[in-house]
Every structure is written in C-alpha cells, then in structure tokens.
Design a protein around this ligand. Sequence first.
Ligand SMILES: [Zn+2]
Length: 272
Amino acid sequence: MIGLLLIAALTAGSASAIEIVAGEGVEPAFARQAEAGAKAWQRIAQGLPALPDAPPIRIYLFATGEKKLEAAQRMFGLTREEVDRSWGVKMGGKLPLANADPIHQAILIRLDHPGYQTPAPGFSLGKIAAHELTHLWQSRLKREEPGSGDPAWLVEGAAEFLGVRSAIAAGLFDRAQYDAYCAASMRHNAVAALSLDDMTTEPALGDAGAKTSGAVWCVLTRYFEALGRRKPNGLSAYYRSRRNGTPWPEAFEKAFGVRPNLKSTAPPSRSR
Ligand SMILES: [Zn+2]
C-alpha cells in the first residue's frame, strides 16, 4: 500500500474537476507547481469545446519511476510496457516522465526523472501537467470524433503549446526564460531541415526529437504560437471541426487559414 494524499481539487466552469494527488515522499513544492500548471491550463482550456463525458481528472505525483509503475499496475492494471508506451514525455530513463492513461481519467507523473533538470524543475512540472492534461482532453475528444486521428506533430504540438502557455500564465517561468531556453536548444542544425511531414507518427516524431536534441518541442510550440497570432481562436475552431467529423487537413485549413507547413506562418500574417 502506498500513501496517497489529496492535495488540491480544482473546479472551474464547465471544465472537468482536477485533483492533485501526491504519493509518499513527494515534496509539497512539486505539488504546488503541478497545481499551478493545472489551474492555468483549466483557465486556458475554457476556449476548447467542452466534452459532455467529463469525470474528474486526477494528477498523481510519484517520488520515483518505480512507485509510478507500481501504482499504474495496481490501480489501472497496466503492464510496464503499457506505461512505457502510452502518451508521455520520453526523454530517456526507464519510464517516461509522465503518462496520460488509457482510461482518460488519470495522469501519472514521476519526479525523479532527469527531464526535470532542464531548464528548471518548476518549468518542467507545471508545463508537463498542462501538456498531459491536453492529451487527456484530446483522448476524450477522440472518442467522439469519427475517423482517424491527428498526426503526431499536431497532437504533441498542441499539447506542448498549451503546456508552455499554462506554465507562463502560472508564473512558473517567464517568456524571456523560455525564449533563452529555446534559443539554446535550437542551435542544432537539424532543426532548420525539419518538416511536419517528417513527424506524422509517434516514432517519426521521436526520431526528429533525437536528431534535434529535443529542440523539436520548441519548434512545434513556436509553430502553434505563430498559428495563434494568425487566428487567436484557431485551436478551438480546429477541435470544434474535428468533433463534428471534419477530416484533420480540412479542419486545419479552415481553422488557421493556411495549409500545415512549418514555414507557412512566417512572417506572421495579420488575422482577419
Ligand atoms: Zn505529449
């Protein structure tokens, strides 16, 4: 039996309630950072279409990867392979940093992952909580949305964009820090050669990440920021179309006024 402690229950408008649950040995500072990121995400996600089937979401924090695995096996009946494979940040190490689980109700985050060292613990945790919340929301949407799924760059780009936005809104890091972090990681030459067509599947996106030392996250975030400057409500318009059954390329073009292409939004066009 592992001790789990409910730290915070967040409710806001029509969005799902979010509960932060900390396992044994989790420092209160980590729980506060996850809470801040989740709260900011909840405000930002108000723009996304509300999903009718919305049971409370629990964000579980575990001190170690092993405790996370043990809980995933005990509470959700997942195997190690399923925990390794399911959505989450894979930055090396045995288990991914975080998972949004297959039953669309829980996010499991480990706190002993090397991924937290870059660029700062608060940056990572608040951002990751919001990133995984986006995945959970996406997976709930996917149940309603007929047809095939979105390409990996779109799933991850939207999640990372909302993650970064939430972490900035929560005051966990500021814009200048984020820009400095991206400038440092984007020095890699391979970044310039990236195209969205190279990142349509999870493994291909993983390859792009490996080639660019992870700078692909900054590239995708900036791409979605540029799209947002074109069409401030583009992301919610996109997901609204998807929910109504519009295929993703058509929904994308309708929502943002451009075809998906990393270079198509630069320089930022004025929005109508
Ligand atoms: Zn992700």
